[in-house]
Design a protein around this ligand. Sequence first.
Ligand SMILES: NC(=O)c1ccc[n+]([C@@H]2O[C@H](COP(=O)([O-])OP(=O)(O)OC[C@H]3O[C@@H](n4cnc5c(N)ncnc54)[C@H](O)[C@@H]3O)[C@@H](O)[C@H]2O)c1
Length: 330
Amino acid sequence: MNVLVTGGAGYIGSVCAEQLLMRKYRVIVYDNLSAGHRAAVPKGAQFVRGDVADAQSLARTFRRFKIDAVMHFAANILVEESVRDPAVFYRNNVAASLTLLEVMKEHGILNLVFSSSAAVYGEAQTIPIPEDHPKAPINPYGETKLVVERAAEWYHRAYGLKCVCLRYFNAAGATRRLGEDHQPETHLLPRILDAALDTGRDFILYGDDYPTPDGTCVRDFVHVADIALAHVMALKKLPKVGFAVYNVGLGRGYSLREVVKAVQEVTRRPMNVTVGPRRAGDPARLVASPEKICRELGWQPRYSDLRYIVRSAWNWKRKHPHGYGSRHDC
Ligand SMILES: NC(=O)c1ccc[n+]([C@@H]2O[C@H](COP(=O)([O-])OP(=O)(O)OC[C@H]3O[C@@H](n4cnc5c(N)ncnc54)[C@H](O)[C@@H]3O)[C@@H](O)[C@H]2O)c1
């Protein structure tokens, strides 16, 4: 099976491409390198530098590689930026995704696994959050993910698209070769690890006045390899599923202070933690109910113990203190 992985030079897409290759799928990574790294594309994958918004380039790639299924990771991901500049997010996350759907339809490619997000829920009314929880995004990033989920569902009804939307909670951790390298880095774990690596640097916690036990946000961390595993399982189930949405989380939340503590225990490095103001668009608690994905796809996380997540990310960070190097490396 030939799988096109949009955003496969990015953090989660590259790990997913790696797992697909391990399972003998043919992988074509399609990425414009706006945020990804050529060096993150796993050996064995074909690489096409292209933009999801470019219908002609997509069409050429579909024909050239006889694509059977698409995993769509490519997106802008910075929540705070989405609040400041929603236009960019509507263009790249919504308009480009609609282009992808149209070109897939024209080429009869009706298999899609879509990277959605817990951000579609907004402030949680119940914890853990089931998939049928009200969807009320509190930032444009979450809104753009919801729009694409809904478009995919209508494509399913009208054109027979088979689609699984995976709503990840917090992806974290690294494999032996691949890790997290966003510019700028806004994700918690790599930021704490940067502070641990460079002991002079402060680590800023954004807000400690949330309505949570220690005042810091609570998040559900999933190892990136377990997220990739969910994709492989979703791809296999596509023919039977039709259209489905699954949370990808553990059902166990950690406060950001607990994560800092785990980092201190794993790295044994002194660290200067300070508290800054809240960030725009951050809900207090996001914890998944993973019951549906476990029951229907048989997903069982293997690597998502917090200490293992931290250790894997720390090992990668020590080997790659400056990430993959320059932005457009290789
Ligand atoms: N990281 C998380 O914790 C998390 C949580 C929930 C959902 N997600 C979703 O998972 C997906 C991957 O996230 P990530 O952390 O790996 O992000 P990332 O920034 O590391 O990867 C995104 C990749 O997409 C590429 N890209 C962006 N726009 C493109 C376009 N128009 N055409 C081609 N390539 C394009 C970038 O160059 C980059 O390589 C995103 O859709 C994100 O919304 C991530």
